[in-house]
Design a binder for this molecule. Structure first.
Ligand code: IPM
Ligand code: MN
Length: 344
């Protein structure tokens, strides 16, 4: 028998509520001989207000030893913008080298799309997770003067691009449609854009079966709305991927359904799974949050840990539940229903 050691970071706002349901479904999905050992970490706004800490080095060191991390949501209006994002969420992604930020965009049957004609949407965005403008390489000059200057430098390395591009090709190769789209803005961001395009073409030579195309990010936003069915696998940089995956969520039933995995494929560090949505302080503590995005993130976690059949069961449970959804249910009612389907 095996033990899965899972670090749980519920975080802020609705994080607590949705993570509880995610764990319920995870327990229900795991084979009887697999033991789930969870350790909860109190990180986020409360900890910050209490101690001034966002992610102490000692906690980071402990987290390193887990098989995976399940995260709820980070952020609260009482904390200045950027403090928890940079000091906690991005710190985890960077420290654990989560260079594959995997974000599926799938419109489940029965979920109404805001798009005309209920298109078939089933793509996955492979968002680079450790580079781009997110690296924090910027600064301010002449602060407070009329000549103030602010910069954020987008960092793009051949090493970083190649590993995410190769991962995306592998994923495309494994899917029925075998199609990979590079999204960038190489008509304006010529330095980074051309490096991405060149490496995309070079690595593509190893994957002759994968059909490729390229879209500028602005054009991609149009196609996400007018022809989302054209996409299979998309690979893009950290910031474009951030923006595109919120749009992806909007066209596939909303942010309450959007899952993500921050993956370190080598297994050197634990991968981290989290709903794409934020802490939603306006509805926190009311049992109103939809835990489905967290449950789908749990499916990604299962897949990552090698439990493909169990992951498929969780996805099937979500699909069945979504197909029959009527009326309003509380967070825990949705979690119970999903856990029931998974074990039933
Ligand atoms: C996301 C979020 C984060 C990001 C923020 C909170 C730092 O928007 O996970 O998409 O920009 O990556
Ligand atoms: Mn985002």
């Amino acid at each position: 028998s095996r033990t899965i050691r899972l670090a749980v970071v519920p975080g802020d706002g609705i994080g607590q509520e949705v993570v509880a349901e995610g764990l319920k479904v995870l327990e229900a999905a795991l084979p009887a001989d697999v033991k789930l050992e969870t350790t909860e970490y109190d990180l986020g706004a409360r900890r910050y207000h209490r101690t001034g800490e966002t992610l102490p080095d000692s906690v980071l060191a402990e987290l390193k030893g887990f098989d995976a991390i399940l995260l709820g949501a980070i952020g609260d209006p009482s904390v200045p913008s950027g403090v928890l994002e940079r000091g906690l969420l991005l710190k985890l992604r960077f420290a654990f080298d989560h260079h594959i930020n995997l974000r599926p965009g799938r419109l489940f049957p029965g979920v109404s799309s805001p798009l005309a004609g209920q298109p078939e949407i089933d793509f996955v965005v492979v968002r680079e997770g450790t580079e781009g403008p997110y690296v924090g390489n910027g600064g301010s000059l002449r602060t407070g003067t009329p000549h103030e200057v602010a910069t954020e430098v987008s960092l793009n390395t051949a090493y970083g691009i190649e590993r995410v591009v190769r991962d995306a090709y592998r994923r495309a190769q494994a899917r029925p449609r075998k199609k990979l789209t590079l999204v960038h803005k190489n008509n304006v961001l010529v330095h980074a854009g051309h490096l991405w395009s060149r490496i995309f073409a070079e690595v593509g030579a190893e994957f002759p079966e994968v059909a490729t195309d390229y879209l500028h990010v602005d054009a991609a936003t149009i196609f996400f709305v007018t022809q989302p069915e054209r996409f299979d696998v998309i690979v893009t940089d950290n910031l474009f991927g951030d923006i595109l995956t919120d749009l992806a969520a909007a066209v596939t039933g909303g942010i309450g359904l959007a899952a993500s995995g921050n993956i370190n494929p080598s297994g050197e560090f634990p991968s981290m799974f989290e709903p794409v949505h934020g802490s939603a302080p306006d509805i926190a503590g009311q049992g109103k949050a939809d835990p489905t995005a967290t449950v789908l993130s749990v499916a990604m976690l299962l897949e990552h840990l090698g439990y493909a059949a169990e992951a498929a069961r969780v996805e099937a449970a979500v699909a069945a539940d979504l197909a029959e959804r009527t009326g309003t249910r509380s967070t825990s009612q949705v979690g119970d229903a999903l856990a029931g389907r998974v074990s039933g």
